[in-house]
Design a protein around this ligand. Structure first.
Ligand code: GLN
Length: 279
């Protein structure tokens, strides 16, 4: 069997299971199994595949057919400008979350020395992306999930920013350490009534998705905690879910925040809110 025949087998298996991205997924999974780049794969379609690589390829196709995200099968995902280690203990980084990085970088000038906090650090992709672009900043990151913290630590080491970040295992209610210039958070915000109907809930950690009844419980906790931990005029940047904008803005105002702006994602859904803690 050659690379092309293996690839066609992969296409067909994924296609018959209605995986829309069957073409690119099969190519990525085959090049991964062969440990070569996709370009090299395409240029060598006549080459014979060895049985170990073919077996690995088929087992990965099987995982993908079970709707497991590619990022978990490959143990990696691109986010902002870097690649991060990812496993099933953390959410797969989403492109819409890059809005939070973008907004943070607008707030912090290139050489500024700011103290940042991320609530619910997960894989660490968000805070690490910001720290890599702002070399004078220092951050704390918290998460209540031990297994997620392991992933965050792997990424901290991978991206060599160990001396600029400290990570704590704690829930948001019990954290009190410092005062910060900027807090960022992409907390769980899916309404738990809808959770079981979503594809994401089959493979991704429920703890990172479940925002309680109507999805805003963790967002409220983050807002209240941030109002205590931010310096005066410090900024809070949060990600929100569908139809949560008005409820979140109301809570921000109640907790003495000025709402600077809301940002829509590429699907035209209000996804990110930037606010300032008033003195
Ligand atoms: N953006 C994710 C989704 O819609 C949810 C992430 C979260 O709850 N913070 O699947």
């Amino acid at each position: 069997m050659n690379f092309l025949q293996a690839l066609n087998k992969g296409y067909n298996l994924l296609k018959s299971n209605e995986i829309d991205s069957y073409k690119i997924d099969a190519e990525v999974l085959l090049s991964e199994s062969l440990n070569i780049s996709k370009e090299k794969l395409i240029l060598n379609l006549e080459k014979a595949i060895n049985s170990a690589s073919y077996k690995k390829f088929l087992s990965n196709i099987k995982r993908r057919n079970n709707k497991e995200p590619l990022a978990y099968i490959l143990n990696k995902k691109e986010f902002w400008k870097n690649e991060f280690f990812i496993n099933k203990n953390v959410l797969v980084p989403r492109p819409e979350t890059e809005h939070l990085v973008e907004e943070a970088l607008k707030i912090i000038a290139i050489n500024q020395r700011k103290k940042l906090l991320e609530i619910g650090i997960g894989s660490g992709c968000l805070i690490i992306s910001i720290l890599k672009e702002r070399k004078n900043c220092y951050a704390h990151g918290i998460d209540c999930c031990e297994k997620a913290l392991k992933v965050a630590n792997i990424n901290v080491n991978l991206h060599k920013i160990k001396n600029r970040i400290k990570i704590f295992k704690t829930d948001v209610d019990n954290f009190k350490r410092d005062k910060y210039d900027l807090i960022i958070s992409n907390p769980p915000y899916i309404d738990n009534k809808h959770l079981k109907y979503l594809d994401v809930s089959k493979h991704e950690p429920l703890k990172a998705l479940d925002g309680g009844s109507n999805g805003t419980q963790m967002l409220m906790k983050v807002i209240i905690k941030s109002s205590q931990l931010l310096k005066n005029n410090g900024k809070l940047i949060i990600e929100i879910g569908n139809n949560q904008k008005y409820k979140v803005i109301e809570s921000l105002k109640k907790n003495n925040f000025f709402v600077n702006k809301t940002i829509k994602d590429l699907s035209n859904i209000e996804r990110c809110i930037v606010s300032t803690k008033l003195p």
